[in-house]
Design a protein around this ligand. Structure first.
Ligand code: NDP
Length: 315
């Protein structure tokens, strides 16, 4: 049978390119979890995806109710859940003030981490009961959250501190909107959220891999400098960032190539190892990459897991 892969944020960029790469093989049905149904449907059509190769289901990760509704709606489809890809993200590098999700969490961590945390926890049962030969839960990470890299050392650096802001609910009222309890900084909030994504993947691996056989993975697909992720950046940045990545850092990767990379993590029989953070070298060959000290700290992973559980109502 065809595999079924859920991809969040599949209406543009990496998510769309991955959905197309999988659908084009004829071996996958893609469930596109998107906040803007019309945009997603236009994007899938414009990408030339076969009509019966995908289903769009509404998902707004900025609302825990919407996440729960999404899980229910996917279950109503009565399709197996073989792979889940947590891909959607917001990046607000120029925001002066924090904005908040429906549940009152700072937006970047609320959408990128907490919404996905609930979604992934909910779908674990579905993944476990799937009879697909290789079941996978994938969370898209980033080099920017990884302070053992050059890109990860561009200030403001990711740093979760002692998690006091997360413990306080990131509400910005009586508690900081930032995980480490500091002043709001949109670029840092994004990087912190990506560290949470990478920690979450490893904690899933430690808690559930042996018991469920599910592969838990994260990845850095390369710098996809052309996606909508940079939409809120200043125009000069948006103009210069793609050529800078192409010719100076040489970390640039096209949306199509990045989509193929993520599609490999979804479906390649050679990439079944769990607990791995995948990256690609200059020849586009995948390898197991090292995470920074903070992004691979088991104690921190456990604490982030436990605090997140409380915030999304699972504990
Ligand atoms: P895009 O902005 O193109 O894609 C992000 C997607 O997330 C969009 O489909 C967007 O929906 C969706 N999204 C945003 N907020 C929500 C929400 N509240 N609910 C549901 N969906 C939402 O960026 P990319 O393709 O670049 O980003 C995809 C992933 O890749 C992210 O996890 C990012 O961190 C990661 N990444 C990107 C890199 C890059 O260089 N671009 C490098 C490393 C990692 P909509 O279309 O409606 O706006």
């Amino acid at each position: 049978r065809k595999g079924t892969a859920i991809i969040t944020g599949a209406s543009s960029g990496l998510g769309l390119a991955t959905a197309k790469a999988l659908a084009d093989t004829g071996k996958w049905h893609v469930i596109m979890g998107c906040r803007d149904f019309l945009k997603a449907s236009r994007a899938a059509k414009a990408a030339g995806m076969e009509k019966d190769s995908y289903t769009i289901v509404h998902l707004d990760l900025a609302s825990l109710d919407s996440v729960r509704q999404f899980v229910n709606n996917v279950r109503q489809l009565e399709m197996p859940v073989d792979v889940v890809v947590c891909n959607a993200a917001v990046y607000q590098p120029t925001a002066k003030e924090p904005s908040f999700t429906a549940d009152g969490f700072e937006m970047s961590v609320g959408v990128n981490h907490l919404g996905h945390f609930l979604l992934a926890r909910e779908f674990l049962a579905d993944l476990t009961s799937s009879d697909y030969p290789s079941k996978r839960l994938i969370i898209v990470g980033s080099i920017t959250g990884n302070t053992n890299t050059l890109a990860g050392n561009v200030p403001p650096k990711a740093n979760l501190g002692d998690l006091r802001g997360l413990a306080g609910g990131l509400s910005g009222v009586g508690s900081s909107a930032m995980i480490d309890g500091g002043e709001f900084d949109g670029a840092k909030a994004y990087k912190d959220s990506k560290v949470c994504n990478m920690l979450t993947m490893q904690e899933f691996h430690r808690r559930y891999h042996d018991e469920t056989g599910v592969t838990f993975a994260s990845l850095y697909p390369g710098c996809i400098a052309t996606t909508g992720l940079f939409r809120e950046h200043i125009p000069l940045f948006r103009l210069l960032f793609p050529p800078f990545q192409k010719y100076i850092t040489k970390g640039y990767v096209s949306e199509e190539e990045a989509g193929k990379r993520l599609a490999q993590v979804v479906s390649e029989p050679s990439l079944t190892k769990s607990g791995v953070y995948w990256s690609w070298n200059k020849n586009s060959a995948s390898f197991e990459n090292q995470l920074s000290e903070e992004a691979s700290d088991p104690e921190k992973a456990k604490k982030v897991w436990e605090l997140s559980e409380k915030l999304v109502g699972l504990a």
